[in-house]
Design a protein around this ligand. Structure first.
Ligand SMILES: [Mg+2]
Length: 282
């Protein structure tokens, strides 16, 4: 943002947003999906889990009660332990740092963070999470064309979220926070976790689409040599997503189904994929 004038028009951009119906998906044979916010509305589960952690904790410390505003002010978007530190600071409460291996019963930064993770899993088990219907419709459409699909998530809870949403058997490849830690891959906004997922589904990055709703994720997509970066606007905003490097921006993924089907039909004649063969066996 360098435009200092007071003009009501948005700052000039050298990128022209592509309408979802006009998206060129020829050559895209793999789809790399972010999870939280793209396939599942997981933010609600996180909010409930933080409330489960801090409501009794703040009460026990005689501090101002926990509200959802605290989530947005001190926690949202931060790594878990940073969220704990930030919320405690807002109430003037000091606890020892502790260590990552701390039991969830300990009142340390790490113990509280681990307790939040337990609360997340308990909330997920009790409340479940419904995948976005339009995202499931899109997933159905791309798998019908024979495309490969993977999940690329910073969360270490990705497998349990996929399970709760009934999507676990839809993805053979899941590169989540646990995989990244194990393999020493830098997280988003670096492109490495997406690149690893492309490798695991056996495709060059140029043949893969990145689908993201977060700033860091769109940046990661733009930083790699991917075929296309799809931004799903769940609140970041179209202009921001575009500026960060999204090639196409949608409110819901099913807006892209016509483009997927058009690309599949165009490549159908010489495609090796059996699932889009239109030949009658008789
Ligand atoms: Mg996300």
């Amino acid at each position: 943002m360098t435009s200092p004038d007071t003009s009501p028009t948005p700052p000039p951009s050298n990128r022209t947003p592509v309408h979802p119906l006009d998206a060129d998906l020829s050559g895209i044979r793999g789809w790399l999906f972010d999870l939280d916010g793209v396939l599942t509305p997981t933010a609600v589960v996180h909010m409930h889990a933080w409330s489960r952690l801090f409501t009794p904790f703040l009460e026990a410390h005689g501090a101002r009660p926990y509200t959802d505003d605290d989530y947005f002010a001190y926690i949202d978007g931060k790594p878990r332990y940073d969220g704990v530190r930030s919320l405690l600071e807002s109430r003037g409460i000091r606890v020892p740092e502790g260590e990552v291996t701390d039991a969830a019963t300990l009142d340390t930064v790490h113990g509280l963070g681990n307790r939040k993770n337990d609360a997340f899993n308990a909330t997920l088990a009790e409340e479940g999470v419904d995948a976005y219907p339009a995202s499931v419709a899109f997933l159905d459409a791309v798998t019908r064309t024979g495309a490969k699909v993977a999940v690329v998530s910073s969360s270490k809870n990705a497998p349990s979220v996929l399970e709760a949403a009934g999507l676990a058997d839809r993805f053979e490849v899941v590169v989540d926070g646990a995989v990244a830690a194990r393999e020493g891959l830098p997280g988003k906004p670096e492109p490495h976790t997406f690149e690893r997922a492309a490798e695991l589904i056996g495709l060059p990055t140029e043949a893969c689409a990145v689908v993201e709703d977060a700033e860091s994720g769109v940046k990661a997509g733009a930083a790699g040599e991917f075929g296309i970066v799809i931004g799903v606007d769940r609140g970041v905003g179209r202009e921001a997503l575009e500026e960060l490097g999204a090639d196409v921006i949608v409110d819901e993924l099913d807006e892209l189904i016509p483009a997927v089907e058009r690309a599949a039909a165009a490549s159908g004649a010489d495609s090796p994929s059996p699932s889009i063969t239109r030949e009658d066996p008789s």
